[in-house]
Design a protein around this ligand. Structure first.
Ligand code: PFF
Length: 460
């Protein structure tokens, strides 16, 4: 049955700027505010930031351009886009496997993303109600451990977050996605500015700034490159068709090169600003920055608890994290959702609910990884959560990204590529091919093999 929210109604972003905001909303998430500061903290601050910028420029931007241009050319879900483009290029229909990999990655990532986003939501109340005011390091650590040890509490927040995500995506591109983005993105910018002002006055700004920009190369290892590359993929939402799905709604007249550059720049500025908001607060309280994943949920609440108005700004920080997470979560469902709506001419809302239930159920594995299944491990001694995270982020995304740019640059008809990108000069066309068609996939290949190799050798 065809409905107004089915594939019969072509969907488009209302303007190029809404696409920029939506894609930036997808890109800016837990990856920028939770992950980037702690991995920069563990990998030598400024030197890591530099490596990360190289990965964004040499690999991230070319892959994002390829994804968005293929989406706009195919004008459907990633699976259908791949089928159409493979046909137009006279290639095998098997290329649609790239779309399927994206659907799988989206499921896996959203399943744990909702759990961690749930922590952020619960910490809005915890911080705001003064739980951490004047608390000792042990008390803050114990609060987090107790929270993780309680499956019911984690499930409650995960469920709430999933319901909100599904409700938004079920409403469609204009009424759901755009409406959420119009509200959440400006709020996100405002909160970040408020936190930066607070951190500037915390007394630790110089130290935090120096940490973010001083080159401590001795802390950089071969692994740092791997982490930076994986982070570039994750933070820009690449390699799984999200940008292809969002690209399929981009108006014809938008210039893709400058649009993608703006999105990547916004994402990078926000990750760095998040570091600049967090590190000074941590330094001002004499705490350790290389705390790993606990930086956000233990070190930061501890630091806020020692500062004037710490409960207000703590609550604002976790609201920022929650808003960033919701605009990313909605994008994670789009490749699968768009495909099912097109394939079965189904109602978007119904498909959204079904997808949400499956993802929610899968997420229970992540919830239990922190408590009743904490001893259950898979290959390499990883818990369920670590396995899902590793497989999606270190295998599916780089593999998908590498094949997508390869396809876009070498298999799509050259004329199609140049006209989508608005390239008129042969020199620029070749420069683009070298960067996107050789440097980006080779860079990913190098990192990918070094990720996969230890895993395979561990199996033998
Ligand atoms: N870019 C998001 C983040 O940095 O948190 C995560 C993400 C969203 C990854 C959407 C992949 C994706 F398709």
């Amino acid at each position: 049955m065809a409905t107004s929210s089915s594939s019969t109604a072509p969907q488009r972003w209302s303007s190029r700027w809404l696409f920029v905001l939506a894609a930036a909303g997808s890109a800016v998430g837990l990856g920028n505010i939770w992950k980037f500061p702690y991995i920069a903290g563990e990998n030598g601050g400024g030197a890591f930031v530099l490596i990360y910028l190289v990965c964004i420029a040499a690999v991230g931007i070319p892959i994002m351009v390829s994804e968005v241009l293929m989406g706009r050319q195919g004008r459907s879900s990633p699976i259908h886009t791949m089928r159409k483009l493979a046909k137009q290029a006279g290639r095998s229909q098997r290329w649609s496997i790239l779309g399927w990999m994206g659907v799988l990655a989206g499921f896996l990532i959203l399943s744990y993303y909702a759990v961690i986003a749930g922590w952020a939501v619960s910490y809005i109340w915890a911080s705001g109600s003064g739980t951490f005011d004047g608390a000792s390091a042990q008390m803050v650590g114990a609060t987090f451990d107790e929270f993780l040890a309680s499956p019911m509490e984690l499930i409650a927040y995960q469920t709430g977050f999933m319901i909100l995500t599904i409700w938004i995506v079920g409403r469609g591109v204009t009424k759901g996605l755009e409406a959420a983005i119009r509200w959440f993105m400006p709020l996100l910018f405002l909160l970040l500015i408020a936190l930066l002002v607070y951190s500037f006055n915390s007394g630790g700004f110089d130290q935090g700034f120096a940490f973010m920009f001083d080159m401590k190369w001795q802390a950089v290892t071969a692994d740092s490159w791997l982490i930076a590359m994986g982070q570039a993929f994750f933070t820009l939402s690449l390699g799984m068709g999200t940008m292809m799905a969002y690209g399929s709604y981009v108006p014809d007249d938008a210039n893709l090169g400058s649009t993608v550059f703006t999105i990547a720049a916004l994402d990078t500025v926000i990750a760095i600003a998040a570091g600049l908001a967090i590190f000074p607060i941590v330094f001002a309280n004499g705490l350790e920055v290389a705390q790993g994943p606990g930086l956000t949920f233990v070190t930061l609440p501890l630091a806020f608890g020692q500062m004037p108005l710490g409960n207000v700004f703590g609550a604002l920080f976790f609201s920022l994290l929650s808003f960033a997470a919701i605009t990313s979560a909605i994008s994670l469902t789009e490749p699968a959702l768009a495909f099912l709506v097109e394939e079965y001419n189904a109602k978007r809302q119904r498909v959204a609910i079904s997808l949400g239930v499956i993802c929610w159920a899968l997420g229970l594995g992540t919830v239990f990884s922190f408590n009743i299944w904490s001893d259950v491990t898979f290959i390499g001694g990883l818990t369920f959560f670590d396995t899902v995270d590793y497989f999606s982020q270190n295998i599916l995304l780089p593999l998908g990204g590498m094949l997508i740019t390869f396809f876009a640059v070498w298999l799509l008809p050259k004329g199609m590529l140049d006209s989508q990108l608005g390239i008129q000069s042969t020199g620029i066309s070749w420069a683009w091919r070298v960067v996107a068609g050789i440097i980006a996939p080779l860079g990913v290949l190098a990192v990918f093999t070094s990720t996969i190799w230890p895993l395979l050798s561990g199996l033998w």
